[in-house]
Design a protein around this ligand. Structure first.
Ligand SMILES: [Zn+2]
Ligand SMILES: [Zn+2]
Ligand SMILES: [Zn+2]
Length: 150
């Protein structure tokens, strides 16, 4: 875990891979969301990249969400207690970030990236369209003006 200091000098905690990505290319940035996984009474509060794969890694590395993909787990996100198979937990947790995925060809937006990819596959007129990611309301951008503390 590493810190990123934002312009207002608030330090936020992210995975060191996220720091590396934000720091590697100064023109790039990553969008992060605060994890609200309940750790027996206190919240994780680490900032995780808004991406299925990164969320998967975060849940596995920091919250022990690993094992058989068919195992059923309870989501410990603040205010949620839904059960999901381990294999679909990262995508379920992503829905808590309230990211929307839009089709660049039509006005359709959906709550999950895989739903939008299915839309691009199934609707011929949209097959060449791009996925437009609309960040959730609590997104933060890291990179650019942020200094990195390693
Ligand atoms: Zn977490
Ligand atoms: Zn949940
Ligand atoms: Zn479309």
């Amino acid at each position: 875990m590493s810190g990123i200091s934002q312009q207002d000098d608030e330090i936020i905690w992210v995975d060191s891979d996220t720091v590396r990505r934000a720091d590697h290319d100064r023109a790039a940035y990553v969008i992060v969301y605060q994890c609200q996984w309940d750790l027996n009474g206190s919240l994780c509060q680490m900032w995780v990249e808004g991406d299925d794969g990164e969320m998967h890694t975060h849940l596995r590395e920091y919250h022990g969400v690993k094992g058989d993909t068919k195992d059923v787990l309870t989501c410990r996100w603040l205010g949620c207690a839904q059960e999901r198979k381990l294999g679909s937990m990262p995508r379920h947790v992503m829905t808590h970030l309230k990211i929307r995925y839009g089709c660049s060809n039509c006005t359709r937006t959906v709550a999950r990236g895989d739903y939008l990819r299915a839309h691009l596959r199934n609707i011929e007129a949209c097959s060449g369209a791009n996925v437009v990611v609309v960040p959730g309301p609590h997104a933060r951008v890291v990179g650019r003006e942020c200094s990195v503390l390693l």
